[in-house]
Design a protein around this ligand. Sequence first.
Ligand code: PMP
Length: 324
Amino acid sequence: MDIKDGFVGTVGNTPLIRLNSFSEETGCEILGKAEFLNPGGSVKDRAALYMIRDAEEKGLLKPGGTVVEGTAGNTGIGLAHICNAKGYKCLIIIPDTQSQEKIDLLRTLGAEVRTVPAVPYKDPNNYVKLSGRVAQEMENAVWANQFDNLANRLAHYETTGPEIWQQTDGKIDAWVASTGTGGTYAGAALFLKEKNPNIKCVVADPMGSGLYSYIKTGEITLEGNSITEGIGNSRVTANMQGVPTDDAIQINDHEAIRVVYQLLHQDGLFMGGSVGINVGAAIALAKQMGPGHTIVTVLCDGGARYQSRLYNREWLASKGLSID
Ligand code: PMP
């Protein structure tokens, strides 16, 4: 018998998918870790599970307690599912710039959702800082604190990284991923570098994020913007500190959109915007490295969460973007 133990038992062990059209175009094996197949629909289920387990093990989260988090959506969705499965309450603080689909889903799952104006991290009313204060002021509540809670990257060090290593039989030349908290990139990079220091680890960054310039020059500069959600940062989180990184690649929205529409029309994969950045960077890396290499990236979540934006021509046009 092969039976999973509820929602929690179904997190992780996702397939690694060959992205056929881009593999053929580049002559590299471009592989995507199918995180959209997690039970909560995104890469963040793994971190949500590890952060809740960590809080339980430390005795911080007690029966009937509340998990509080500031999130662009996917971490909140993972947390809300796990809270339901384990009998906790869930309070999510989300910037009002995120897609309505994610906000609606969070409410459907039973989370209390507070939308707040999107303000920079240095502002005390930034959604991340606000969520920390709200958790502190509540009875029997914990703050998941995904950006600086190392249980986040541990999830990927202990699960995503080893899965990629096994699924490729150790035949992997490069690992490339965009970062929100950095948990996915960092955890897998730390594991893969331990296995083979020659695996090239590369951060993919959208426009408007500071990591590209930080990795290239040591300084954070924020230029441009992006319609992608859940990725990019103006600071180096605890999860990103001390992580071996060989390079960074910046991908603009025009390229990300081209990539997600090709994945949809030629590969049958209906993906979210961060996948466009990830696969766009994998393609750029394939061109740099030349044919014959195996490059692994992440398929973070599915397109249904962005129907009203990324898959809506009028909305794209309002941002000065088009599909063709
Ligand atoms: N893509 C999407 C759609 C996300 O929601 C997130 C997490 N915010 C990421 C990528 C990045 O994941 P991480 O936080 O592990 O860096």
